[in-house]
Every structure is written in structure tokens, then in C-alpha cells.
Design a protein around this ligand. Structure first.
Ligand code: AG3
Length: 276
């Protein structure tokens, strides 16, 4: 008997993956958490039935959400991740020697537990001594932080349920205040192909607070449409330019200096979405 997992990307299209089995399926106070083992992507973390990360292609997302802002900043020392309980973003952040402290603010402790247990290759960075884990509401944490962080990374789920507030323009105002005066923020902002209005709305929201706002793209096979966007807001440094004065991280599988620059080149239909 064959077992298949289906994720609907719209009402009319989706992705199906043949599975070897289900390792975890439970409800937390916030969402349904599942880890399934797929033939194509290996272990996959699902939250409310949506793919968050897979062992096979997680490197694209985690390298691109972390190294682009961290390499655009000349000296990132204190970094916050909002969401990101699987630990993949933290694993990439702690590869930067300049980083003295990385604070993970995850609302759902059970996501961290699931990742530690079933996705050790993704969660391994959580044990780095520079990492502080707060089980808390990221919106509150950011609201209470003023002039604290060099880089803030918003590694959220889709803009439904617990993550809605992380896509609101007011939140980006709090992020601006939480950053130091040359700080940089980045947020995962969905597929420009299936969610064009969402991409445009977030861009406008970030742009209403940050003097420099840019969008960049990466190809993530397990996410809807494969074409994924990240919105970056910067107070001072051009995020598309790598700061070559700082030591570069080696051993990446997707990110490199050429990809950093190229990721900001937008196909015309995407460029139209974020036109001033
Ligand atoms: N956070 C982004 C998940 C978005 C996935 N959306 C989707 N497949 N429709 C991922 C967490 C990884 N650290």
C-alpha cells in the first residue's frame, strides 16, 4: 500500500509526496505538529498541514534567510530570530564568528522539542552556547526591545493563525525600534507567484518604516510554486551589497557571494509588485 501526503497550494493545485511513515502527529496549544518521512525530501516538519522545512532542501531557506542580512551587516553581534523553532536559522547564524548572542523567540515549545527529537541535523545549532531560547510571543518581545539588535530575522509560518501579527505593518515599526541604528531585518514573505498581494502588502509595510527596503528570491522545491520571497528592511547598509570586510562563512550549499547579489534581481512580474 502506498501512502501519500498532500499539501494544497491553492484550491486547485498542490504537491503530493510518497511517505514512508509518520513519526509524530500531535496538537500543541498553538497548532498541529507533524513530522513525516518522505521518499523525496526525507523528514519533513508540518505545522497545521503546511510544509515548514525538509531535511533535503532546508539549506536553501535557512542559508538565504540568515546569510543575506548577516553578510550585508558589517558587524552583526546580537541577532534575534522570531519563530524558527526548528533551529535551522539559528544553525546558520552561529556560523558567524562576529555573533555574540542569538536569541530565539518561539511561541511554541513543542516545535522545538519535535525538531530536537526528529530533526537533529536542523536543530543542532540550538545547543551553541551563544544561543538563548525564549518561549514567548515574538511580537511582545520585539515591542519591549529598544535599540538592542543588529539583525532581526522573522522566520514565521504563513500569515494565518499565530503568525498573522508578524505580517502587520505596526510590527515592522516595533522591529525598527528594536534594531540598533544600522540594523537590518528580514522576513520570509511567501510565494510571489501564488501570493502576489501578500508580497506587495508586506513590502509596503516594511517600506513605511525602513529607508531601504528590498525583496530577494530563492528557489525552494518543497514550498508552493518553488519561488520564495524574503523582504529585507535596512536602516543604513544596502542589503544587496556584501560587506567583504568581515570573515565569510564557508561550506554553504546554496548561498555564495554571486547568489547574494543575484537574489535581488527580480523577474518583471515580481518587480512590478514592489515598485514604489
Ligand atoms: N518558515 C516558513 C514556512 C513557510 C512555508 N509556507 C508554505 N510552504 N506555504 C519555515 C520555518 C523554517 N525554519
Amino acid at each position: 500500500m502506498e501512502l501519500w501526503y498532500t499539501e494544497k497550494h491553492t484550491a486547485n493545485v498542490g504537491m503530493i509526496c510518497k511517505i514512508r511513515g509518520t513519526l509524530l502527529r500531535k496538537r500543541s496549544p498553538y497548532q498541529e505538529i507533524a513530522v513525516i518521512d518522505t521518499e523525496q525530501f526525507g523528514r519533513m516538519l508540518l505545522l497545521d498541514g503546511i510544509v515548514q522545512t525538509t531535511v533535503a532542501d532546508e539549506f536553501v531557506y535557512h542559508e538565504m534567510i540568515a546569510h543575506v542580512p548577516l553578510n550585508a551587516h558589517p558587524n552583526p553581534r546580537k541577532v534575534a530570530v522570531i519563530g524558527g523553532g526548528d533551529g535551522g536559522t539559528i544553525r546558520e547564524i552561529v556560523k558567524h564568528d562576529t555573533v555574540e548572542k542569538a536569541v530565539l523567540v518561539e511561541i511554541d515549545a513543542e516545535v522545538i522539542e519535535a525538531s530536537r527529537r526528529y530533526l537533529p541535523e536542523i536543530s543542532c545549532g540550538l545547543d551553541d552556547e551563544r544561543v538563548e531560547i525564549l518561549i514567548a510571543d515574538g511580537i511582545e518581545h520585539i515591542r519591549q526591545s529598544k535599540n538592542v539588535y543588529d539583525v532581526i530575522i522573522i522566520d514565521s509560518t504563513d500569515p494565518v493563525g499565530p503568525a498573522v501579527g508578524l505580517f502587520a505593518p505596526e510590527f515592522y515599526g516595533s522591529v525598527y525600534e528594536a534594531l540598533k541604528d544600522d540594523g537590518i531585518m528580514v522576513a520570509q514573505t511567501e510565494s510571489p507567484y501564488y501570493e502576489p498581494e501578500q508580497v506587495a502588502r508586506v513590502f509596503t509595510g516594511v517600506n513605511s518604516h525602513f529607508p531601504i527596503t528590498k525583496l530577494y528570491l530563492a528557489h525552494i522545491p518543497s514550498y508552493s510554486s518553488g519561488l520564495w520571497s524574503f523582504t529585507i528592511g535596512s536602516k543604513k547598509h544596502d542589503p544587496a551589497v556584501i560587506n567583504r570586510g568581515k570573515p565569510q562563512v564557508c561550506g554553504t550549499k546554496y548561498y555564495n557571494a554571486d547568489v547574494h547579489t543575484a537574489a535581488f534581481a527580480l523577474p518583471e512580474f515580481v518587480r512590478q509588485l514592489v515598485k514604489p
